[in-house]
Ligand binder design. Structure first.
Ligand code: B12
Ligand code: SF4
Length: 472
């Protein structure tokens, strides 16, 4: 069978500098299909657009494919549906299957556009679905044993150039674990992969690392959400990596308490971990409680200091706009980001990812005022904040980046250029936010920046303008 798998492009590519990093769902499933004898091609749309809307044309292999699978997060859901609808219109006989974090949370929505929707991890069901043995509208995947997942076959990725037979991708994508024992209210990882942490056998991870190293990779990115959740197995792996003595630098995501284990920090440094991504989220202790982050401000400070002193780069990720956040606490978090000496920083406005507790709470409280998935990327205010107006929160995000990156001329220029582009594509959105904030004030729903309105807010949403910001 011919199988095409697509990762839709986002409406605004804020992470253009990481555009070569694919979501691994298509790659894991594509590798399995290829190993089962099918011809598989994976299209990551910001590398190679699968569909041209102007000519209404798909790439030749997609036109010929027996089955087309489309992955997606909330931010790319509209594009995923557009592709699925166009495919069904042009090729009614072709099977179109949707999967990934967004439709896993809202399968009925996905099913409006496709023949089948896969909810959760796809590995245990995908062969039956694609080969036609499972014909259910909504198919529920099951928890995967990480040791059964084969190393990724990067050759199925389309649109990447090759340099001396090595795919032109800086970071080797490797996933050593799934799941996270924590339960932050805004995060969809536990909904998708569960709270039981599953880690691959260190020998198997090491095999994959060596495979990539021999292919020519000198950097790896471990897609794990909480790399060191199982200290024992992580240490075994790191010791193996140190013994291999290879010229490979790598990065992954960690929780801040990782530095409480001195031996772990030492192993990370010796194993050439170059960048540690940490979810700082906020320096406001009450916001950390709102997020159910289960970490203290002291833990955060200690983490950044310890890792920097050991020569590792720290990429701190912040979330602005918790219910306990006001203009001043957000400002403190922004000031801290720079004072902390984190190497790089990423700021997001709190937004409700479908499937999370936050999403349910915001729906119950009728605080979601933008339903268009295009804006669910952390760079847009889509829910009514409690102690700051929507437009002020939006401005804080812009200010955060400008403040953090004002240290060198190059980063200063890049952050300004980034926001210039962002503003260009978001003119209507900003106008809408200003108008909506005025309307909320006029209706008495916000007083002195504080949300006082208790009942349903839907009536206050300016319908005409909300239609105007729908991107066509
Ligand atoms: C690497 C990563 C990134 C990378 C690159 C991602 C990319 N190409 O888009 C970077 C750093 C750039 C990034 C950026 C962002 N990310 Co990100 N990222 C991840 C991370 C850590 C790993 C992704 C991954 O490959 N997972 C592993 C694969 C195997 O999981 P999977 O995709 O879910 O696939 C399984 C199933 O879903 C299913 N499946 C998937 N696709 C398909 C398709 C078919 C046909 C079938 C049948 C089944 C199926 O089977 C797969 C195997 O079991 C995830 C967290 C996570 N653990 O997943 C967050 C995650 C995907 N990111 C998330 C978010 C929100 C963002 C940002 C908006 C940033 C932000 N402000 O939070 C941006 C948006 C990027 C964009 N595309 O526009 C959310 C998305 C949630 C959602 N529903 O929208 C996640 C889940 C984390 C979270 N906070 O909950 N991200
Ligand atoms: S944000 Fe990080 S620590 Fe919290 S649940 Fe998600 S993966 Fe786990």
């Amino acid at each position: 069978m011919k199988i095409a798998l697509i990762e839709p492009k986002p409406p605004f590519d804020a992470y253009f500098f990481l555009k070569k990093l694919p979501l691994l769902g298509n790659l894991f499933l594509g590798t399995m299909m290829k190993n089962a004898g099918h011809t598989v091609k994976v299209y990551k749309e910001n590398m190679i657009p699968a569909y041209n809307e102007k000519t209404d044309e798909f790439l030749p292999f997609i036109r010929e494919a027996d089955v087309v699978g489309i992955t997606g997060i909330t931010h790319t859901a509209n594009r995923a549906y557009l592709l699925a609808d166009a495919l069904k219109r042009q090729f009614p006989e072709k099977k179109v299957v949707l999967g990934g974090p967004h439709v896993s949370a809202l399968p009925e929505e996905g099913f409006q556009h496709a023949d089948q929707v896969v909810v959760g991890e796809g590995e245990n069901v995908v062969l039956d679905v694609f080969e036609g043995r499972n014909k259910d509208d909504i198919v529920y995947g099951s928890v995967v044993n990480m040791n059964d997942v084969p190393p990724l076959d990067l050759k199925i990725l389309q649109g990447y150039r090759y340099k001396k037979e090595k795919i032109d991708m800086k970071h080797a994508p490797i996933m050593a674990s799934r799941g996270c024992p924590y339960d932050c209210n805004f995060c969809s990882v536990t909904k998708m992969f569960g709270r039981k942490y599953r880690i691959k056998d260190p020998d198997l991870v090491m095999e994959e690392v060596m495979m990539r190293y021999h292919e020519g990779f000198r950097y790896a990115f471990f897609y794990d959400d909480n790399f060191a959740a199982n200290h024992e197995k992580t240490k075994i792996f790191l010791e193996k990596l140190i013994r291999a003595d290879i010229d490979l630098r790598w990065s992954s995501q960690f929780r801040v308490e990782v530095v409480k284990d001195k031996e772990m920090v030492d192993l990370l440094s010796r194993a050439k971990c170059s960048t540690v991504f940490i979810g700082v989220e906020s320096i406001n202790p009450k916001a950390l409680l709102d997020y159910n982050k289960k970490q203290s401000v002291e833990d955060i400070k200690k983490c950044i200091k310890t890792l920097s002193e050991r020569g590792m780069k720290v990429h701190s990720m912040f979330v602005l706009g918790a219910d306990s956040d006001n203009g001043e606490t957000i400002e403190e978090t922004i000031r801290f980001s720079r004072a902390s000496k984190s190497t790089t920083a990423q700021f997001s406005i709190l937004f409700p990812i479908p499937g999370t507790r936050l999403y349910q709470e915001m729906k119950d409280q009728d605080r979601i005022f933008i339903n268009n998935w295009d804006y669910y990327d952390g760079s847009h205010t889509v829910i009514l904040p409690k102690q700051i107006t929507p437009i002020k929160l939006q401005k804080k995000l812009i200010h955060a980046y400008k403040h953090f990156y004002a240290t060198t001329i190059i980063t200063w220029l890049m952050s300004r250029l980034g926001f210039f582009m962002w503003k260009l594509t978001n003119k209507k959105f900003l106008r809408y936010l200003r108008y909506f904030t005025r309307k909320l004030k006029k209706a008495g729903a916000i007083q002195n920046g504080i949300l006082t309105h208790k009942g349903p807010l839907t009536d206050l949403v300016p319908k005409k303008l909300s239609e105007a910001i729908i991107r066509k």
